[in-house]
Design a protein around this ligand. Structure first.
Ligand SMILES: [Zn+2]
Length: 281
């Protein structure tokens, strides 16, 4: 593996990325690190405090926990909706339009790749802007649910002053007692954000989609992921098994450093912007 640090310029880093990735098509795997410049904190980055994630079992098994979750989400999801793609997201969209990038597999639920104009996006861990019924399987928009929650809890959002935003649209509240949760309007079933939680599997068709993207690519670029939990590491392994070069841009170590032909220990935005220059995209 060739490892470098942020000491080199984005232009030099992009040149080396281009040498590794070749003429494409390039399958891209992204994680929280690509969205930090959009103001979404990366709780798994090197400077992050430890955080205990919610599990699927907690959500479905404990009504009080679920109420607390929805109350926090009711506040936090508004913030997520107001975030904007950054130069890194836009660079990947441009590289797709130029025919170099064939698609993005993202571990993020923020939908910022779609907002930036990427067309082939596999939202491995779901999307913050959708809600799924665990009984009938219907999905509805989070905006639609927001209307229902607001009607059920007319003064709740206004009473909350201090909001800390997490990648899954959580917000920290002092008290969530008395918050009223909404059930599926079609069947009365339990609603859950259409997000893959810890203890839950990524839907199989999404995984197969992502493998197919790697199969059709000549190289893989990992941007802003340490490839740890619920990881995209299997796709990197899949590429490495086929002797396809893998390049990683990430602050701090990743769980696939040993599989990478090139590792750049740096943030995403400037390097990806420089990469569009390097490819003339
Ligand atoms: Zn339902």
């Amino acid at each position: 593996m060739v490892q470098t640090t942020e000491a080199q310029s984005p232009i030099a880093a992009a040149e080396r990325l281009r040498e590794t990735l070749g003429d494409g098509p390039v399958a891209v795997v992204t994680g929280a690190g690509i969205s930090t410049d959009s103001g979404i904190p990366d709780y798994r980055g090197p400077d992050s405090p430890p955080r205990t994630p919610m599990t699927y079992q907690q959500f479905v098994g404990d009504p009080a926990f679920r109420r607390h979750y929805w109350a926090r989400n009711h506040v936090g999801w508004h913030y997520m909706r107001e975030t904007h793609p950054n130069g890194g997201h836009r660079a990947l969209a441009r590289l797709e339009a130029a025919g170099l990038v064939s698609g993005v597999v993202t571990q993020n639920v923020d939908t910022l790749h779609e907002a930036a104009g990427s067309h082939r996006v596999i939202d491995l861990h779901g999307r913050f802007d959708r809600v799924v019924c665990l009984s009938c399987g219907r999905t509805i928009s989070r905006a639609r649910l927001a209307e229902r929650l607001a009607a059920l809890n007319p003064r709740f959002a206004e009473s909350v002053a201090d909001v800390e935003v997490a990648p899954d649209a959580d917000a920290v509240l002092a008290s969530t007692e008395g918050f009223r949760v909404a059930d599926c309007e079609f069947c009365g079933g339990m609603l859950k954000p259409d997000i893959v939680y810890f203890g839950e599997n990524v839907p199989k068709e999404r995984v197969l989609d992502a493998y197919a993207l790697v199969d059709g690519a000549e190289s893989v670029l990992v941007a802003g992921s340490s490839l740890t939990v619920l990881s995209g590491r299997r796709f990197v392994k899949h590429a490495a098994k086929q002797d396809k070069p893998v390049a990683i841009v990430n602050r701090g170590p990743t769980r696939a450093d040993d599989l990478a032909a090139l590792k750049l220990d740096t943030g995403c935005t400037e390097v990806l912007e420089a990469l569009t220059e390097a490819y003339g995209a």
